[in-house]
Design a protein around this ligand. Structure first.
Ligand code: GDP
Length: 364
């Protein structure tokens, strides 16, 4: 009898090739889903909570994936988990890091993160990358980044959530911060590039905000938007090494002078300009010392907690606004009448104020 040839066999092989090879899992576009659904069983809320509190990284990662999902059942479970964990959150310093592409953010985080781990801290690195919310892929996530840090046992690196609006990404990142805190991470680094509103958004979720700059060029040449310097609790002039060292010192003095004329980002705190060579691990200890001084000062004055409370309520009302807006645009009565009302406004038959009244009357 002729042997049945297995489903998979080397090309040009004959009947002698009889070892049965199971066909592999078919990859879908994301290349992951099948393996996940086969290898992972659904966890209960209790299992998630227990796993996170034990700093089980695979459970932490799965919980983050759950908070990143938009499926109603996932959202509900993620909220249950967060509710259980809330008392264990908050005990970290949340640091925002921004700067133009190429300034050295990844290199800095690698160096800073390693320094912190070596000094007994647990560091979570999160990213907010608005480019990843569009289809083109992420600026912060595409390259292999922070190789050494990713091997540190006390570090956890999570790329930017993708998909959805900046508002959606923001919610997910805030929730991820809480999950990481519950898992015992005491330093949370939230990285962003200055695209769209992302720095402003990150400022609303961190205690301390750091802006990385290059030696030499002025803000505008570095692509730094007006106002971002004013949001910073620290300026770091990176790449202060080799031929750039002297230029970096000049830049440091120029910024130190300029900072005298600016409103401080945090009341009672003087934003300083620091030199750093992330690639040579230079200037890192001074930077951490300054952040520790900041924490001590603002905790002492109560400003630290006041800002956190303000941020929490801001988060609530930002979500209320987003929710109302989306309900407004999805309301069938609004959808049915919007075009006619828009036309009337454009024809001059209806004033904008009356158009608003008409629309909101329909929305009620
Ligand atoms: P990012 O886009 O802001 O994350 O920047 P990267 O960390 O990817 O760094 C961009 C480039 O600058 C890389 O080639 C780094 O090796 C280089 N770089 C980063 N930090 C330093 C530094 O302190 N000194 C020097 N000379 N180069 C650096």
């Amino acid at each position: 009898m002729k042997k049945k040839k297995p489903e998979w066999a080397p090309e040009n092989s004959g009947d002698e090739f009889a070892t049965q090879v199971l066909p592999g899992l078919k990859n879908d576009i994301s290349g992951r889903q099948n393996t996940v659904s086969l290898s992972k069983q659904k966890l209960t809320t209790k299992e998630y909570v227990k796993g996170i509190l034990k700093d089980d990284r695979s459970i932490l990662a799965r919980a983050i994936t759950l908070t990143e999902s938009n499926a109603p059942a996932h959202i509900a479970q993620a909220q249950e988990i967060l509710k259980e964990l809330l008392p264990k959150t908050g005990k970290s310093i949340r640091i925002g890091i921004t700067g133009s592409p190429g300034v050295g953010k990844s290199t800095f985080i690698e160096s800073f993160g390693n320094y912190l781990c070596e000094n007994g801290h647990k560091v979570a690195v999160l990213a907010i990358d608005p480019s990843s919310t569009r289809s083109k892929g992420s600026i912060l996530g595409d390259k292999t980044r922070m190789e050494k840090l990713s091997r540190q046992k006390n570090a956890f690196i999570r790329p930017s959530p993708s998909g959805g609006t900046l508002g959606g990404v923001t919610r997910k990142t805030r929730e991820t911060i809480l999950l990481c805190e519950a898992a015992g991470f005491d330093v949370i680094l939230v990285e962003t590039i200055g695209v769209g509103q992302s720095e402003i958004t990150v400022r609303t979720m961190v205690d301390f905000f750091m802006l990385l700059l290059l030696p030499g060029a002025g803000d505008e040449l570095q692509g730094i938007k007006k106002g971002v310097v004013e949001m910073a609790d620290m300026l770091v002039i990176n790449k202060a090494d080799g031929n750039n060292r002297q230029r970096a010192e000049i830049t440091q003095h120029a910024y130190s002078d300029a900072l005298h004329y600016l409103q401080p980002a945090t009341d009672g705190w003087t934003t300083g300009a620091f030199l750093c060579s992330a690639i040579n691990d230079e200037g890192i200890d001074e930077i951490w010392k300054n952040i520790s001084d900041f924490t001590e000062l603002t905790k002492g004055s109560g400003l630290f907690y006041k800002r956190r409370n303000e941020q929490l309520l801001e988060w609530v009302y930002t979500m209320v606004e987003e929710n109302l807006l989306s309900r407004f645009y999805q309301n069938p009565k609004i959808i049915a009448s919007k075009e006619t009302i828009d036309k009337k406004v454009l024809n001059g038959e209806l004033t904008p104020v009356n158009a608003v009244k008409l629309l909101l009357d329909k929305f009620d």
